[in-house]
Design a protein around this ligand. Structure first.
Ligand code: SAH
Length: 460
């Protein structure tokens, strides 16, 4: 195909049958094997498409009209869905979303990992896949002299007009953000302006403990000073008498990263608590904590089931964050060792162990790929290793260290099927065999996929 010309030109209008969908949720239709990617089109549909960008090997199209509709198409309940970049799958039935995620994991395993000896389990979904997020971070700007909040329009930094709620975040978070906006507006606290790098309020972050109903507000400001600080605190407490913590995070940089280095507690304890299963967690403004508590419980239960502990095992939890999975495992293990690169997270992890009166855990700050060989040198021999790396997957050094440690079982928790597949291949080449892969839908309405894989040592 590479020598041939693309079968469409820019602005051509063609009729396409959509047969597949990409992991971003774009429909895929082909002309003689040449793919056109079309946002908002679903597999099984036929549509009229205008080619808006044409490259040698693919084109991007705009769906002008749906000629034949999929029975899986639904009306997106969010009024800004087509403008917002946050969700990608609201126009698809939830049943189809779950199937698509399962297929996506399976296809990554086959294509990237060359693993075709297992069938990926059906995705574990939610009974009610809305209002699940326990954390929201919303940008602030000014329009016609008023403070406005809302997510950015797709591929821009312009806040969507008329966005007063987000139906995947918890109701209380929505209400808190609106209250903060309106109080800051009345007090005349200026919004931060990206262009001029001036102003004060950059983002409003709201965080809730689903099980405890505790709440935290974080004002992200450009300046160290918050104008009318005391009035702001008083008015917010008046509106939400049960608020647990009011925080200020200072971010002076010109950057897309939301939180800055320094966090101050303006009022309250400076953290919230939440409970998953029987375990309590203390969460500070900057700690990583899974955003969908109901599904987190299912994911951790699955991790624990794959670890198959009977009470005496030595377990390593690499990339442990604030020790969430470690403490889950410690309920059934002899001893759990956790390693994590962010020092504050390890401070939280140690406190969380105390809070839950768990003594069979040991947490270390460091790069997992460096700490694991060091543990081996100390004589540590794990029966089970659990890893839960960021999207880029495990470092090669870490995979090599795991293979050298030869645990009976490895449980790999992943938020990116592509890097999971790549790493499973390396582990399989090192003597392990993938036994089960279980997707869990942590992020309904979006194209993100989380899964948990079990590998056992089979020898070479
Ligand atoms: N298991 C935890 C956290 C998972 S997120 C939970 O479920 O809550 C991934 C974590 O890996 C983050 O906390 C991040 O700080 C940490 N991390 C990233 N690179 C690392 C590395 N090289 N070594 C150790 N930890 C790392």
């Amino acid at each position: 195909m590479s020598k041939q010309q693309a079968p469409v030109k820019k602005n051509d209008i063609v009729t396409l049958n959509f047969e597949d969908i990409t992991h971003e949720g774009n429909g895929v239709g082909k002309i003689d094997g040449y793919p056109l990617f079309v946002p908002n089109a679903l597999p099984g549909e036929t549509g009229q498409v205008k080619a808006i960008m044409v490259k040698k090997n693919f084109a991007i199209g705009r769906l002008l009209e749906i000629v034949e509709r999929s029975p899986e198409r639904v009306e997106p309940p969010c009024n800004v869905y087509f403008q917002c970049g946050g969700c990608q799958l609201q126009h698809m039935s939830y049943a189809m979303q779950l199937k698509m995620k399962q297929k996506q994991v399976e296809s990554a395993l086959r294509k990237i990992g060359h693993i075709d000896h297992i069938t990926v389990e059906s995705t574990i979904g939610m009974d009610d896949p809305w209002r699940y997020r326990n954390k929201v971070q919303i940008p602030v700007a000014e329009r016609e002299g008023q403070l406005i909040t809302g997510f950015y329009r797709k591929k821009s930094h312009e806040i969507i007009e008329g966005m007063d709620r987000c139906i995947i975040t918890s109701e209380i978070n929505d209400r808190m953000v609106e209250a903060v906006r309106s109080i800051a507006d009345r007090l005349g606290i200026p919004a931060y302006d990206e262009q001029s790098h001036r102003g004060v309020l950059r983002h409003i972050m709201a965080r809730t403990g689903e099980a405890t109903d505790q709440t935290m507000i974080v004002l992200v400001t450009k300046t160290a000073e918050l104008p009318h600080k005391q009035q702001f605190i008083d008015q917010l407490k008046e509106t939400f008498p049960n608020i647990t913590s009011i925080m200020q995070n200072i971010n002076k940089e010109r950057t897309n990263v939301i939180l800055g280095k320094q966090t101050k507690c303006l009022w309250g304890e400076g953290y919230i608590y939440d409970t998953i299963g029987d375990i309590q967690f203390k969460i500070s403004a900057k700690s990583f904590y899974q955003v969908n508590p109901k599904q987190t419980k299912k994911l951790y239960d699955q991790t624990l089931a794959f670890a198959d502990l009977s009470g005496g095992e030595t377990v390593i939890d690499a990339y442990c964050g604030i020790g969430t999975i470690s403490l889950f495992l410690a309920q059934k293990a002899g001893k759990v060792y956790g390693v994590e690169i962010v020092p504050e997270a390890i401070t939280d992890a140690k406190e969380n162990a105390k809070l839950n009166k768990m003594e069979n855990v040991d947490f270390v700050v460091g790069q997992a790929e460096k700490v694991m060989p060091w543990w081996t040198a100390q004589g540590l021999k794990p029966d089970v290793i659990v890893v839960d790396p960021p999207r880029k997957g495990c470092e090669e050094e870490l995979l090599a260290a795991m293979i050298a440690m030869k645990p009976e079982r490895i449980v790999y928790v992943s938020c990116n099927p592509s890097t999971l597949a790549r790493d499973l291949r390396i582990l399989e080449d090192g003597g392990y065999r993938t036994k089960k892969v279980q997707p869990v839908d942590m992020f309904p309405q979006t194209s993100h996929v989380e899964c948990c894989a079990l590998l056992t040592y089979e020898g070479k």
